[in-house]
Design a protein around this ligand. Structure first.
Ligand code: GLN
Length: 485
């Protein structure tokens, strides 16, 4: 069983106290976080008080929830009323939300303890967690390397075993790519499965919140807790949440795994290719059928994704104007200068680049040529996946073309950075669910992940296949040396 499931069971039965669990967690955070900078903020007193409240609830005879006493962290673009939500940006440096995100309330209702907030690329724009007001987060397997992004903080908090689960957000790969670089499980739910209420919007038609954990069982339990309908997010799906932890045990023999040759072509490192191919062979050994599929519009996915994400970002980020939230420039000359200077000083370079490109793509005269074209390509990609899922149940592919790259390597080259998302953006464009699973190590000892993509709302099948894979392998059980300190 996973650590989250075990801890909750122990606290529920009274064999462990939430207070002791929290104590051990805070010790780990205090000894490890300095080396990797995964957390933006945490409050020991509040975490201990929450743990004590859970112990008291039990002592009073109440039944505890599914995450009883489990310490978790959430990405700092998920709103919490008890701490700042900075999005890694100067413009929100001192912003405290007046409400909790839906997922935060779900965690609290399940008796989890939210210890703190985790680092990210500014407004979740990036693939390396180097673009943050709080400085970069480092990969616990090798601190000269990036952890991936934009949810590098939540991934590293789990990889270095500070907490056994966390929440990130995934607009184009920000849960799966850091999970792969850090050797943990990362799950992006189908669009609409988890409410986005209280997630600071980046690309609203692409964003989803999802869990990191060390095992598929734990990720399934986390999803069970955070999924569900919410009136405050008009795109939230109004369908019952399956008991994913039961679905894990569905038989997988006879299930069809789709493989697209184009996903294994040029640009993919040999270590990654070999590990992903051998994972697919393991599924064949477990009784799955491997079927070839075609994704003819795959090569246009990155261009379409970045056009749509930037267009939506330019619109979503218009609200940060120096008036409604956060940072305001000192002594502006007039109103226009106040807007311009607040935004000019408050946003970082990558965020500004995206606002400018997105605004350009949406401007009259260019709208049809860029934004509308990107939407049409998105539609064709969705049609490719609809056709592929006539032939298979899940699709197997790499998560990223390489393992973790060096700190600073791609900072000056946005295009190279964007290309690290070439295998992840499809799931967001097509609204699919997808999971990243540890599947090996490269020649330098860095973790490799592989990806399974399921149909919209196909999480039960996806998780059962992933769970069976983990029952045949032990890559997910290996932790970096930092986790022993
Ligand atoms: N790296 C991608 C981007 O910068 C994805 C980010 C994300 O999923 N939040 O847009």
């Amino acid at each position: 069983m996973g650590e989250v499931i075990d801890t909750a069971a122990l606290v529920r039965s009274g064999s462990s106290s939430a207070a002791d669990v929290m104590d051990a967690c805070l010790k780990r955070i205090n000894s490890r976080d300095k080396a990797v900078n995964a957390l933006v903020s945490y409050d020991e007193d509040r975490a201990r008080a929450d743990a004590a409240r859970i112990d008291k609830k039990r002592a009073d005879g109440q039944t505890l929830g599914k995450l009883a006493g489990v310490p978790v962290v959430v990405k700092d673009n998920i709103c919490t009323e008890f701490s700042r939500t900075t999005c890694g940006s100067k413009i929100l440096e001192s912003y405290v939300s007046q409400f909790n995100a839906f997922v935060v309330d779900q965690l609290i209702d399940a008796d989890a303890v939210i210890v703190g907030k985790a680092n990210l690329d500014e407004f979740a724009m990036g693939s390396s967690t180097e673009f943050s007001l709080h400085g970069g987060t480092l990969n616990p397997w090798d601190t000269q390397r990036v952890p991936g992004g934009s949810s590098g903080g939540p991934a590293v908090a789990v990889a270095s075993r500070m907490v056994s689960a966390s929440l990130g957000s995934d607009t184009g790969g920000s849960i799966r790519q850091p999970a792969s670089f850090c050797g943990v499980v990362g799950l992006k739910p189908s669009y609409g499965r988890v409410s986005r209420y209280g997630l600071v919007a980046y690309g609203s038609s692409l964003d989803q919140i999802g869990p990191f954990a060390t095992s598929v069982d734990d990720a399934a339990l986390m999803l069970e807790v955070i999924a569900g309908h919410d009136d405050r997010d008009s795109t939230s799906v109004n369908e019952d949440v399956p008991v994913y932890t039961d679905a894990l045990h569905q038989p997988i023999d006879g299930k069809r795994v789709g493989v697209c040759d184009a996903c294994f072509a040029e640009g993919l490192s040999d270590d990654v290719r070999l590990s992903v191919e051998s994972s697919i062979e393991k599924m064949r050994d477990a009784g799955c059928e491997i079927v070839p599929i075609a994704l003819p519009h795959m090569k246009y996915a990155i261009a379409s994704y970045y056009m749509i994400a930037m267009a939506e970002a330019s619109s979503n980020l218009a609200r940060f104007d120096g008036v409604h939230y956060g940072y305001r420039a000192a002594e502006p000359r007039d109103l226009a200068d106040m807007y311009a200077t607040s935004r000019g000083e408050g946003f970082g370079a990558e965020v500004k680049r995206r606002i400018m490109m997105g605004t350009y793509a949406l401007s009259s005269g260019y709208y049809d040529a860029y934004y509308l074209k990107a939407l049409k390509v998105r539609r064709l990609i969705k049609v490719d996946f609809d056709a592929a899922y006539q032939r298979c149940d899940v699709i197997a592919l790499p998560v990223a073309p390489t393992t973790a790259f060096a700190v600073g390597e791609k900072v000056e080259d946005p295009l190279a950075m964007y290309l690290s998302d070439m295998y992840t953006v499809f799931a967001n464009l097509a609204g699919l669910c997808a999971i990243s699973l540890p599947c090996g190590f490269d020649g330098s000892g860095l973790p490799i992940g592989w990806q399974l993509m399921g149909q919209p709302l196909g999480e039960s099948t996806l998780l059962s296949m992933a769970h069976h894979y983990q029952s045949m392998t032990d890559y997910h059980l290996q932790a970096p040396e930092l986790a022993t300190k």
